[in-house]
Each structure stands twice: as C-alpha cells, then as structure tokens.
Design a protein around this ligand. Structure first.
Ligand code: CP
Length: 311
C-alpha cells in the first residue's frame, strides 16, 4: 500500500488487513505503561492541516510517535502557505526535506490525490485526512474498527448514517467501506441534504428516522456542517433537530444491542442529545481511542509493509 486516499475502490482484503493490524496493535499496547514500538524508527511523518482538526491531527501525531517515527506538524498559518506558496510547492519542499509520508487535510476535494501525483517521483506516501466533501478514509476505518468491536463481523449488519450526508466526507467514506465489508447501509436525511450521486451508491434511502431505528445494529450521527452551507439550509436547525436528532426517546427505539456513533466534533442538542452522547450505548470515546490504533496500522501498512496499492 503506497497511499491511503479513499475507501472507494479499497478491497475488503486491504480493509480487513488494516483493521486486523489495528486490533493487534491495540492488544499489544493494552495495559503497557510505555506505549512505544520501534517499528517506524528513522521514518519521518509530516502532517499538513489546511482545515481545523482536533481528533485526526492529534491521533495521527500520537500514532506516529507510538510507532517511533519522527512526526512534524505543519500548519498553514505558521508556514510559507501564509505567504501564498502553492500546495504543490509546499509538498515538494517537505518531500525534499525528507518526509516519508505526508498526511493532509484540505478544504478542496481531490487535494490528496493531486498531492500523491506530485510526490510520485519522490516516493513519498500520502494519507488523506479529509479532503473537502470527498473522503475521510481513516475516519471510516476507525468507525469500522469500533463497530467490529461492538458487533463482531459486519456482514449483514444494518447501519444507518443520519443527517447532513450532502456535505459529509465521513458519510462517503463510510458508505464505501461499510458496504465493501458487507454491511447494509441506509442513509437517513432530508432530501435537501442528500447528494445526487446517492442513486449510484449501494445503499437505501429513508427520510424517516423513527421508522428505521427498531431494525438497526448501529446508527451513525453526522455533524451538521454549517461551514459548508452558504446562506443557511432547509429544514431549519430546529426542524432538523426534531426530525433527525438522536434524542433520548429515539435511543429507546433502538434494539438493546445497537450502538450510536458520532465522528465528532458533536453539536450537542442539534444532531445528538447530551444524554445520548454520554450514555454507554454511544461509542464516541471508543471511536477516538480506536482512531490512534487504526492510524498506527495505516502508517505500518504504508511505511513498514510491502503490499498492493490502494485507491
Ligand atoms: N472526526 C474528525 O475528523 O474530527 P476532527 O475534525 O477533530 O479531526
């Protein structure tokens, strides 16, 4: 695996290999006081975040450090990006400085793919840490890791992805990965927050959350992405919350074994009630914790393990 750019096109074998490695790493580090493996000693990992992030940036940094890589964080505001340097020139500069892997978050869909093309000659690996409304593959992998821990094999499991699907790279990556792993995915959203290409995805669509809940194994709530909506959205925030928010009443409609996910950051009181987010039925902190192990596994497969390429 040379790059991790998307879950669309990723094979079940590759996804399962990464998830199995993550589970193994988690088990290896369990209960250890010093969480440090020598695997990536001498390797240099750069994070370049052109959009804000807490979970993804921090967990990639921890993942790299736990694997003994040298991790350097480059922020747009403190670098020559602020002087107008292009993404291409910045990336080629960082590769020339010795980066083995560049992890990028960027507001433009396709930025990670472009970067991988520009860095092909340098042999630098690229990880997409979220590109516009396109994909966020490591989020989907950590969600799948969490669902496997809670539910076992995902084949045949029913998962609803709820809310602002239109603007969500998390939803896109999860649709592709979960269906590749055999889950049955239903998108639950108002028609105004569904992309046109949903017709080409192997999913079912519903506009009524209450009707779906009793038959689900998992429900994944999405953040309403106000920063990608210019001029407000329909329905209104209040109507959205009433129709699509995960309330305490709705938690009771789920089967007892069903799990509630949210990629974070959460808008408590909007798409998820505080009492639901903090309940043992929610796996939100487990998702964050699994994010570190999944990102360790991704770095391992990119930098320490020769195998086939990924989309
Ligand atoms: N889920 C996620 O990508 O969170 P951050 O924006 O905090 O990285």
């Amino acid at each position: 695996m040379k790059h991790l750019l998307a879950t669309e096109g990723m094979t079940a074998a590759t996804a399962t290999a990464v998830l199995d490695t993550a589970a193994q790493l988690k088990q290896t580090l369990l209960g250890r006081e010093v969480k440090k493996l020598p695997t990536l000693r001498g390797r240099t990992v750069l994070t370049m975040f052109y959009e804000s992030s807490t979970r993804t940036r921090v967990s990639f940094e921890i993942a790299g450090k736990w694997m003994s890589a040298d991790v350097v964080n480059v922020s747009a505001s403190g670098s020559s990006v602020g002087k107008g340097e292009s993404l291409r020139d910045t990336a080629q500069t960082l590769a020339a400085a010795g980066a083995d892997c560049v992890i990028i978050r960027h507001p433009a869909s396709g930025a990670a793919h472009r970067l991988a093309g520009w860095l092909a000659e340098a042999g630098t690996s690229v990880v997409n840490a979220g590109d516009g409304m396109h994909e966020h593959p490591t989020q989907a992998l950590l969600d799948a890791a969490t669902l496997r821990e809670r539910l076992g094999d995902l084949a045949g499991k029913r998962v609803a992805i709820v809310g602002d699907v239109l603007h969500s790279r998390v939803a896109r990556s999860n649709v592709h990965l979960l269906t590749t792993l055999g889950a049955q995915v239903t998108l639950v959203a108002p028609p105004t927050l569904l992309p046109a290409l949903v017709r080409r995805w192997p999913v079912t669509v519903s506009h009524t959350l209450d009707a779906e809940l009793p038959s689900l194994d998992a429900v994944m709530m999405l953040r309403v992405q106000a920063e990608r909506m210019h001029g407000g959205f329909f329905p209104s925030a209040r109507e959205y919350s009433i129709a699509y928010g995960m309330s305490e009443r709705r938690l009771e409609l789920l089967p007892e074994h069903a799990v509630v996910l949210h990629p974070g950051p959460m808008l408590r009181g909007m798409e998820i009630a505080a009492a639901v987010a903090d309940s043992p039925r929610a796996a939100i902190t487990q998702q964050v914790s699994n994010g570190v192990h999944v990102r360790m596994a991704v770095l391992y497969h990119l930098l320490a393990h020769e195998e086939e390429d990924v989309a």
